[in-house]
Design a protein around this ligand. Sequence first.
Ligand code: DAH
Length: 353
Amino acid sequence: MIFALGVCSSVSYFEIKKEIEVTVKEWSEKIKNCASLEELEAVRVELFGKKGFFAKEFEKLKALPKEEKPKVAKELNLAKEQLFKEIQLKKDELLAKEIDKKLQEEYIDVSLLNSKGYKGALHPVMYTLDKIIEYFSALNYSIQTGPLVEDDFYNFEALNLPKHHPARDMQDTFYFKDGKLLRTHTSPVQIRTMLSTKPPIRMISPGAVFRRDYDLTHTPMFHQVEGLVVDKAKKVSFANLKFILEDFLHYIFGDVKVRFRPSFFPFTEPSAEVDISCLFCEGKGCRVCSQTGWLEVLGCGMVDPNVFEAVEYEDVSGYAFGLGVERFAMLLHHIGDLRSLFEGDLRLLEQFR
Ligand code: DAH
């Protein structure tokens, strides 16, 4: 307790200041002696909580004579600032200690001989990606790549997503100061490929993409595979697209039903979303498929004429599709929480050997 309410008018400012100094020292000591983050948090609440030390002391200011108030308030604020800083420093120290402890406990000497006979294995996402690439490579699709840091033009504008387009809201994006962005999908590689080559084109583009998302089924970084086929006008049809995707989905998921649902994407017209019959309940309806019996697995459509115009292609037709690799991996391996794929925990990875 810094100053006794009833007598404060008779107590000089200097005495109060001294008392504050002593009290701060006591609190400092308390902070220093905290051995865990929990203890520190308890002290923080004692000090700064709604009913904490400072709240009470500031309340007492009301009873002080007018001239004393600002002076004492200033001292209290200084003390508050100092103790706040001390807590912050102690917190950093305890956090660092905790990390060190964890690192030591979970330390793995990768240079040790492998006495348990463990073999390494592909990460489930890479395993799935390999399988997808295998299918399209066999059909002579080329593999194209593009930069992860993209221009607005390739990621949005040329894909028929002009600045005012409401569909831009579908993708919450990481932007850089210079207007560049982390690509939100692999579709910009379509544009890059069309601008650098002449038709016919038959390509897929696997790679990482980024969105501001984080929950059970979303991570800020994930992988997609884009597909694009372009040839002379009328040579590429929706029937071709349908045949390839059905065959592809059977290759990946085995004996499943496949259905095409009308949908919308700015870069394709007409567009469709493709579902497979639920792998977990065989279409009867369960939690994974939200009782619908179907699982959505990719988006596709015929390339929109505006996209061809942006890359100055004339008299051509084409189809495109895009899929999320993690979604495929989760379905193939029955993984419930997408985030667990990127935590690097060996206990999870060991299950996929
Ligand atoms: N780019 C879309 C996305 O990230 C996926 C996609 C849908 C790509 C349809 C396509 C397509 O090429 O035709 O959600």
